[in-house]
Design a protein around this ligand. Structure first.
Ligand SMILES: Nc1ncnc2c1ncn2[C@@H]1O[C@H](COP(=O)(O)OP(=O)(O)OP(=O)(O)O)[C@@H](O)[C@H]1O
Ligand SMILES: [Mg+2]
Length: 280
């Protein structure tokens, strides 16, 4: 094989948590998950609650070590967190005592590849990109949740991230703000050509955003289906596609797969609760 090296390679990653306390319980959370992402690709993780999505993302981000397998980003094995991997979480992680611009500028603090003037320029660039130019001097505790998420995204980009790792970043926002940010995130992905891994529970959000949707089984997470959205919904991604038949079809399919997995989770739980000799 003579294929181009992928931008991100997740190769046979497994994770077992050794629970503390009595009994030395071992919980397998991820079971040999592999995926390759190209630079600039938008990947969405979908799967039942507790299946291991956050854990996998933390492994990709270097915040958690795998029990088996490797993660290689831009040719380098991931061994810990760094500014190449930008994390955006559901909870707003900005500094309330800094202004919007200062928060974004903070992202550049530890960069030694650029000088002070360039840092200012980059902070301004990302401030504009996320549409917060007019709010530059507002303290972040005076702006809305949606704006704070934009600050977090801009700060991550200013830090020089090549990949955005986003764990339900819009989960706490109202539907309208969420749609606005989805559109804006796609624009950022197009303009900046940054790869994104995005975790969500919202099937519509997944179908709208993703180049590829990775669907996971109930715990331990394995990949049960990978959907290349462009094969189903061709053309430019725009809010209007949410009204098309192709979108409905794909959304319904994804929803069905998710329901089956949720059912599997419930059955597992039930089996665990049932006495061994009970039932038929
Ligand atoms: N540090 C840890 N020690 C032990 N178990 C853990 C640890 N972190 C996560 N787990 C367990 O691993 C499983 C997967 O958790 P994870 O947070 O990755 O799931 P998730 O798919 O992100 O769920 P959700 O959709 O609810 O956010 C859960 O059962 C969780 O309890
Ligand atoms: Mg999670």
């Amino acid at each position: 094989m003579n294929q181009e090296t992928p931008f991100l390679r997740v190769a046979g990653v497994s994770k077992i948590f050794e629970a503390e306390g009595h009994g030395h319980e071992r919980i397998q959370v991820i079971d040999h998950v592999s995926m390759d992402l190209t630079a600039g690709e938008f990947a969405v993780y979908l799967g039942p609650s507790g299946c291991g999505k956050t854990t996998l993302m933390r492994i990709v981000g270097g915040l958690e070590t795998a029990s088996g397998g490797d993660v290689v980003l831009a040719g380098r094995k991931v061994t810990g967190p760094d500014r190449q991997k930008g994390m955006v979480f559901q909870a707003y992680t900005s500094f309330p005592w800094l202004t919007v611009l200062e928060n974004i500028r903070f992202g550049t603090k530890y960069r030694n590849d650029i000088d002070t003037a360039q840092k200012d320029e980059i902070a301004r660039h990302y401030l504009d990109l996320v549409g917060l130019t007019e709010f530059a001097d507002f303290y972040v505790n005076r702006i809305s949740g949606g704006m704070r998420q934009r600050v977090a995204i801009a700060r991550t980009l200013a830090a020089g991230a090549d990949i955005l790792l986003m764990d339900e970043p819009f989960g706490a926002l109202d539907a309208q703000t969420r749609e606005f940010l989805q559109d804006q995130l796609l624009e950022i992905n197009r303009v900046e050509k940054k790869a994104v891994i995005f975790v969500t529970h919202d099937v519509e959000e997944a179908v709208f955003l993703a180049d590829r949707i990775f669907m996971f089984s109930a715990r331990p997470a394995t990949i049960i289906e990978v959907i290349k959205v462009a094969d189903h919904i061709p053309g430019e991604r725009h809010m209007d596609i949410k009204e098309t038949e192709a979108f409905f079809h794909l959304r319904n399919h994804v929803r069905d797969v998710m329901r089956d997995q949720a059912r599997a989770t419930e059955e597992k739980l039930e089996r665990a609760l049932r006495p061994e000799d009970g039932g038929e």
